[in-house]
Design a protein around this ligand. Structure first.
Ligand SMILES: [Zn+2]
Length: 288
């Protein structure tokens, strides 16, 4: 799976599931299981005498309690993170193989939803992508090439991928590796005790003039392209609106530009390092 991270220039400690989702590529174990089930569908209806005989032998071995290709398939489906029920002793038909293929898709969707719901670092993907999909989302909606991957600028694509994978340059993530407690990962621009520097604060809240100007340019560009989104902006949250613009081929570039410009502003400003609770308490509670 390392190549998926390399494709989006993500660090090795980042989650692999978000790049897979955004590229539209199933995890390897599920892809292998799907290939095996499609081969099983071929075997069930295969007119070739020798192939049909080999399939019957494999089924007979399972019925007699011996290992075979069919029992290996049962083991592989049973060992998936979200298992697929398969009784190899029941006669296999074309219809039962199609049922297994549908069960495999459902198992993958369940597995992915669980991963995204549990991972704190994947909150942006959860809020800006998953929450916008029809619930419960189908595998085809989860694993789908996202609009931002069509953006020509590699650096912009990389920044959006980092946002969705929970490895942004914001203090909430960048200071984690230094062992600094979450409460002390304070916004480098606000320098106020109550303001943790996370992705939402940097993209949508921080009063830093450069970030505010970036935000204004984003909204101006989006409303010029899609005036109808003004109504949506008034009635939905920041991540929902951002996710909508990122999922729209006409506005994805403006949304991605917001991300890369804001992250550049963060990268070019030194973080606020607080070595102790006393340093934290010395800050004002809110920006001056
Ligand atoms: Zn701030």
């Amino acid at each position: 799976m390392a190549f998926v991270r390399r494709a989006l220039q993500l660090p090795t400690h980042s989650s692999v599931i978000t790049p897979l989702l955004d590229i539209g590529l199933w995890p390897l174990r599920y892809r292998r299981a799907r290939m095996a089930l499609k081969y099983l569908a071929y075997l069930v209806d295969c007119p070739a005498v020798l192939v049909a005989a080999a399939f019957r032998v494999s089924c007979n071995l399972v019925h007699a309690g011996h290992p075979s290709w069919i029992s290996d398939l049962h083991y592989a489906l049973h060992r998936l993170p979200s298992r697929v029920p398969f009784d190899p002793t029941v006669p296999i038909t074309a219809a039962s193989v199609q049922t297994l293929l549908r069960a495999l898709e459902a198992a993958l969707a369940t597995h992915v939803r669980g991963l995204i719901q549990q991972a704190t670092k994947l909150a942006v993907w959860r809020e800006a992508v998953l929450s916008l999909l029809p619930q419960p989302p189908a595998v085809s909606a989860l694993f789908k090439q996202r609009e931002y991957l069509r953006i020509s600028c590699a650096r912009t694509r990389k920044d959006v991928a980092r946002l969705f994978s929970g490895v942004s340059p914001c203090a909430i993530e960048a200071l984690r590796s230094r062992g600094i407690p979450r409460a002390r990962r304070i916004c480098r621009f606000c320098r106020a005790r109550a303001i943790v520097e996370d992705e939402h604060h940097i993209l949508f809240e921080c009063p830093d003039p450069t970030l505010q100007e970036t935000r204004t340019r984003f909204y101006t560009a989006v409303f010029a392209i899609e005036p109808g989104l003004l109504h949506l902006r008034r009635r939905c949250g920041d991540w929902h609106f951002f996710g909508t613009t990122m999922n729209n081929a006409r506005t994805a570039n403006a949304a991605a530009t917001l991300v890369t410009t804001a992250f550049t502003r963060v990268r070019t400003t030194a973080p606020l390092i607080l070595d102790s609770e006393e340093d934290l308490m010395a800050l004002p509670n809110l920006p001056g």
